[in-house]
Structure formats: C-alpha cells, structure tokens
Design a protein around this ligand. Structure first.
Ligand code: SAH
Ligand code: SF4
Length: 392
C-alpha cells in the first residue's frame, strides 16, 4: 500500500447561475452568447455582440456598459439591467523595495486571496491564485497550513489579471491599441491553491487571458504549476495548452511523501510517466521542474544526481527555489554554497538550472508564502512538525 489515500474535499463553486445579475467576467464566449440569447438578442446578432462586449471588457478594460459606445443606448441599458462586470475588490496593496507588488483582494463570501506582480527586466509576471487555501498539505508551504475554503470561479481568476492591469494602469485607451503600456507579460498559476483541483475554472480563465481579442497573452507566457495531479496533466495539454511546471521537490518517494503528500497517491514513477506522455512536450516546450531547496532534506549531491537520472529524456528545465521561510516553518533554506553545488551538477548534466531569486520577501510575497489573512484553520507548528516527522 502506498500510504493513506488523500481525501479530496473540494467545495466546488456552483457553475449555475448565481442570484442577482450575472457577472460577465469569466464567461466563455459560448456562455456569453448563451446569456445574450437568453435576454432576447437575435441569433444573427449575438456573435457580433459577444465580440463587441468581449473587446470592451478584455481589450480595453471597460467596466461600464455605458462606455460601450458601439452598442445602441437601449441595448446598453438592457445589459446594465441584466448583467454586471465585476472583478475582485482590492483590500490592500503592498509594494516591496524591489518593486514587487502584492494585492490582497476580496471575493464573494468575504474570502480573501493574494495576487503578486513581479517586475523583471523586459517582463512582468503575475502570480495568480486558483483556490482560497489548498486541500493539499505540502509541509514547506504556507498555503498548505490553511485548509481549502473554496475554489475560485473563472471570473475571480481572470479578475486577478484585471485587478493588476488596473493598478499598473496599463489598459490602452479604448480604440487606440498603440496607447497600451503593457507591463504584465506573463502569468504563473503559482499563487494559492492547486490549479488542477479546480480544472474547469482555471481552464476557462486561462483561455480568456489567451484570447486574441482580449488580454492576448500567448500560451507560452502562461505557466500552470501543479503538485502532480496526474489524471489532469494530459487534460491540461489537450484543453489548455499552456506551459507546465511540476512541484517536484524530492528524488525519492520517501522524501516526496513528506514534502508533497499527493505523492502518496501518485508517486514519482507515475508522475514521470504522465510527464513523458505530455503530448505537447517538445524541445521548445520544456516542462519546468520546480525544486525547493531545503537544508539537509533534499539538497545533497546525491539528490542532484538522482534528479538528473529521473528526468532523463524529458525536455526539462529545473528551477531551483531557495526555500522562503515563514513563521513556524519546519525547514530552513539551503545555504548559497549548497544551492550552487546542486545547480552545478544539474548544469553539467545539460539542464538549464536557474535559481529563482526570492522577490518581495519584505512583504511576504515570495513563492509559497501566500496565505489569506482570514485564515480559518491554521495548523499549529507542532502539528506540522509531527506530520513531517520532525517532532521530538
Ligand atoms: N499548488 C501548486 C501551485 C502553487 S505553489 C503547486 O504546488 O505547484 C507554487 C510553487 O511554490 C510550487 O512549486 C511550490 O511547491 C512552491 N512553494 C511553496 N511553498 C514554498 C516556500 N515556502 N518556499 C519556496 N517555494 C515554495
Ligand atoms: Fe497546495 Fe501547492 Fe502549497 Fe502544496 S505547494 S500546499 S499543492 S499550494
């Protein structure tokens, strides 16, 4: 037996109609079409209307139906009566000394999630959350100490991108695409939550972000990170087609069981088989193996050699992440020398092995430090230590 099965207790947000006016943000084009038909839009006009509304919302960042000047006044009034255009509400914003921004946003039900924007030379990456909390309990992850509260809707996921574009003041002036000052060039689903346990909403949100008549981010600029939900990996390739990152973090099942407990359900061998079969894998589409460097736990030379052996044949890039500490964490970060030695072995084996620079540490915005302020069920330090076998 490979250990106890992981019980999934995901409270899926109903995808049926909510009470009150429907939010257009997050609807697929087809769903928006259905809604327009339902309010009596003639079928031969509906496709065009979807296109117009879509462009107003996602290309120009408009939130008022009244500003949609290529629609008739009466149609605008009808839309305003039946629908809303709503994105998460910003509660607070912090800016790090390195320029990283972190927003705490509120979504319906008074839940809160964090969104992080990381400016870099020539690009800007937005780290988006997919769940409030997480059902998984990776022992080094701050989010993992918070139980899942709920899945985010597609509108709440793509809404985070819109919140960031608002704050970065980068929407173009309507009708003038040349006025765009785009900073946000990449999205990573590396915030709170396990995206593949919220597949449909994540898929719909990413598709909206990729739509050429809206936010227009290429699938190469969107990376979904998963702890290894094996059955959804092939589906990710087929239905989304974005870049894939895997939270690998260990080279033996014994260690990975402790760090990434989903490994008890789908172990390293099963995970690697799924990655080998990832249909989109090609030299230009490497899978990113994320590897958090934990002192004395997974950072030996032997680990580096094993890692290289394990992933042989998979077009890959290994992203070494110095552990970002958080209050009560049961691990410490590997020393710089250790990280360098580890990276060296990987590099010599022919893999690119960038070490991720911790960003926004002063505002607790670094990878794995996110956790909503409305934490419900924080586990005690003792409990975490007991689970990873560090007690005593
Ligand atoms: N649930 C998904 C995506 C969110 S976590 C996943 O696990 O892949 C994004 C990345 O941050 C993952 O690789 C995760 O393992 C890593 N991470 C989590 N906590 C961390 C920490 N304290 N320090 C460094 N990286 C961390
Ligand atoms: Fe969840 Fe990812 Fe954190 Fe694991 S690392 S607890 S899967 S958010």
């Amino acid at each position: 037996m490979a250990g106890a099965p992981i019980v999934q207790n995901v409270m899926t947000v109903p995808r049926s109609k909510p009470e009150g006016p429907m939010n257009l943000v997050g609807l697929t084009r087809q769903a928006m079409w259905d809604e327009l038909i339902a309010i009596g839009t003639p079928e031969k006009q509906a496709k065009m209307r979807v296109r117009q509304i879509w462009q107003w919302i996602y290309q120009w960042g408009v939130r008022n139906f009244d500003d949609m000047t290529n629609l008739s006044k009466s149609f605008r009034a009808e839309l305003a009566e039946k629908f809303i255009i709503k994105i998460p509400e910003v509660i607070s914003k912090k800016i790090s000394s390195d320029g990283t921004r972190k927003w705490l946003v509120r979504i319906s039900g008074s839940h809160e999630v964090e969104v992080v924007y990381i400016p870099e030379e020539g690009r800007g990456t937005l780290c988006v959350s997919s769940q409030v909390g997480c059902t998984l309990t990776c022992s080094f992850c701050h989010t993992g100490t918070q139980r899942l509260v709920r899945n985010l809707t597609a509108g709440e996921i793509v809404g985070q991108v819109m919140v960031a574009r608002d704050d970065l003041e980068e929407w173009p002036v309507p009708g003038n695409p040349n006025s765009e000052t785009r900073q946000l060039s990449n999205i990573v689903l590396m915030g709170m939550g396990e995206p593949l346990y919220n597949f449909e909403n994540v898929r719909d949100a990413i598709k909206i972000a990729m739509d050429p008549e809206g936010i227009q981010l290429s699938r190469r600029r969107i990376t979904l990170s998963t702890s290894g939900v094996v059955p959804e990996i092939a589906r990710t390739a087929e239905e989304i087609g974005c870049q894939l990152a895997i939270s690998f973090h260990a080279t033996t099942d014994e260690v990975r069981d402790k760090l990434v407990p989903i490994n008890k359900r789908w172990n390293i061998e099963v995970l690697l088989a799924a990655l080998r079969a990832y249909p989109k894998v090609s030299n230009s589409e490497r899978i990113t193996f994320e590897y958090v460097m934990l002192s004395g736990v997974n950072d030996s030379d032997a680990d580096a050699h094993r890692l290289v052996e394990l992933i042989k044949g998979i077009p890959a890039k290994i992203n070494l992440i110095p552990f970002n500490e958080w209050p009560g964490a049961p691990y410490t970060r590997s020393s710089n020398n250790r990280i360098r030695a580890f990276a060296d072995i990987i590099h010599k084996a022919g893999y690119s092995s960038p070490v991720r620079k911790p960003r926004g540490e002063d505002i607790m915005a670094a990878c794995g430090q996110l956790k909503s302020a409305t934490e419900r069920a924080r586990k005690s330090r003792k409990q975490i230590a007991a689970e990873v076998g560090l007690e005593g």
